[in-house]
Design a protein around this ligand. Structure first.
Ligand SMILES: *[C@@H]1O[C@H](CO)[C@@H](O)[C@H](O)[C@H]1NC(C)=O
Ligand SMILES: *[C@@H]1O[C@H](CO)[C@@H](O)[C@H](O)[C@H]1NC(C)=O
Ligand SMILES: *[C@@H]1O[C@H](CO)[C@@H](O)[C@H](O)[C@H]1NC(C)=O
Ligand SMILES: *[C@@H]1O[C@H](CO)[C@@H](O)[C@H](O)[C@H]1NC(C)=O
Length: 412
């Protein structure tokens, strides 16, 4: 698969067929080759980019950039950029390949190119290791280890500032893409708004407004509209199973997997809203730690919405511009090995918690829920685990009928 190798540093080739943006003088033949390579590799992209690690966690945040090995070539690596949603090609990532400098090969452990003569460089999963004296590993004083540079990118056009104060840029000739300018960081992107365009005046994707998101998990994570979508982080640790509280199926998380809802990144619901889901916590799980149900934390950013359970006590915490509020209640019956429904509602004046259809707790609360750059996730507890130094408290069990609605919850 040497077709996707590139030789000059400027000559990036994006693998995604839906977003192929071949800069300069490219011929049809090349486009066809790229498309074929892309198809051949298609089933691997999500899994492969899932081996990138960012901020101590998996590469799940929209716009995040990570690096990983090239399965076809030890003298190259992949640059994975997390999309805001699954592309037409079925992938969650834009992927570029990049060559290691001559005299170096990819070392997955440090996620960088390292000297050919290093014993750590085994070319596992991308072998065989080129011998010394080959083109990639010439017999001459090898250069120092090199860190992978950020990908050269599309030309930025105009800037805007979104509701959360984050600067973004449109891209010349690419209506659906934008870049994010985090302070003290090279511009991150391109982030794709497909199937919508990026809007400078809104400073976000020009996607329709939703009155809520509903996931029955009957075999698909996709909801109507294709942007109000929640996605599994890696298929290996998120399964559809037939044990279900409602409907035919539910989704099973094995303690490693989670579901990400990118719609809520920098876009927290305004009051009134309510979040409900059915949960079955596996009996094998220790009851000593909090099990995350829904939150919008990144590994290094505290959540502003969190619904969790520990030893049968369910708790909802929200952080608004007026403070932190929390409501909690005790489940009836066993909290493990049984299905329960949890619902948190906030209407701008009251934060309430309902368990199995009955009101468990109500507290006064006010203010707008704070946004952060984390997507909402189901089942992952990375922030708390990072704080406590032991990644063990993500959900092991089933989730069904996740419902996030942007309207007042009226008890039946
Ligand atoms: C947009 O912002 C970037 C980063 O601050 C800056 O370098 C660039 O000049 C700005 N572009 C325009 C058109 O204002
Ligand atoms: C996005 O922008 C392009 C170019 O301006 C336009 O042709 C296309 O119709 C737009 N797509 C949507 C969904 O608005
Ligand atoms: C789950 O249920 C569906 C429909 O009822 C059925 O088609 C499928 O084979 C079942 N899967 C398993 C693993 O039992
Ligand atoms: C929210 O802030 C306003 C203005 O500072 C204050 O009057 C009100 O008491 C606050 N509410 C709560 C619940 O803290």
């Amino acid at each position: 698969m040497t077709v996707i190798r590139k030789d000059s540093p400027e000559d990036w080739k994006e693998l995604s067929p839906s977003t192929i943006s071949l800069r300069s003088h490219t011929m049809l033949k090349q486009v066809l080759c790229l498309a074929l390579v892309a198809l051949a590799a298609a089933q691997n992209v999500d899994e492969q980019c899932g081996t990138c690690v960012v901020d101590g966690g998996p590469l799940t945040e929209n716009g995040a950039v990570g690096y990983t090995y090239d399965p076809n070539d030890c003298g190259a690596y992949w640059v994975c950029i997390r999309r805001s949603e699954r592309g037409d090609d079925g992938w969650m990532y834009d992927v570029f390949t990049r060559d290691c400098a001559p005299g170096t090969l990819w070392l997955q452990k440090i996620q960088a190119c390292s000297r050919c003569d290093s014993e750590d460089v085994t070319c596992e999963n991308s072998g065989p290791k080129p011998p010394l004296g080959s083109e990639q590993c010439p017999e001459q004083p090898p250069p120092k280890s090199t860190l992978p540079p950020l990908p050269p990118v599309e030309q930025l056009d105009q800037n805007c500032t979104d509701d959360a104060g984050l600067m973004k840029s449109s891209v010349i000739g690419e209506a659906s893409k934008f870049f994010i300018h985090y302070p003290n960081h090279d511009p991150l992107g391109p982030v794709s708004c497909e199937p919508y365009n990026f809007s400078l005046s809104l400073c976000r994707c020009n996607a329709p407004e939703y009155d809520g998101v509903n996931f029955g998990f009957e075999g698909s994570f996709h909801a109507a509209g294709n942007i109000a979508v929640c996605l599994p982080n890696a298929r290996r640790s998120v399964y559809f199973v037939n044990e279900s509280r409602v409907g035919d199926q539910s989704v099973y998380l094995d303690g490693m997997g989670h579901i990400e809802c990118p719609l809520f990144k920098q876009n927290s619901p305004r009051a009134p809203f309510s979040v409900a889901l059915w949960v079955y916590v596996d009996p094998i799980v220790s009851d000593q730690r909090k099990v995350a149900l829904v939150n919008n934390a990144k590994c290094n950013i505290a959540p502003t919405f969190e619904l969790s359970v520990q030893g049968g006590v369910v708790e909802v915490n929200i952080v608004t511009d007026n403070g932190t509020f929390s409501a909690s209640g005790q489940l009836g019956g066993a909290y493990q090995g049984e299905w329960h429904q949890y619902r948190a509602s906030y209407n701008g004046a009251i934060l309430s918690l309902d368990l199995d259809g009955s009101m468990a707790s109500e507290v006064p609360a006010d203010g707008d829920l704070l946004s952060n750059e984390a997507a909402w996730v189901v089942g992952l507890n990375c922030y708390q685990d990072t704080q406590q130094g032991a990644p063990t408290s993500s959900l092991t069990g089933n989730v069904d009928q996740l419902e996030i609605s942007f309207k007042e919850y009226i008890r039946p």
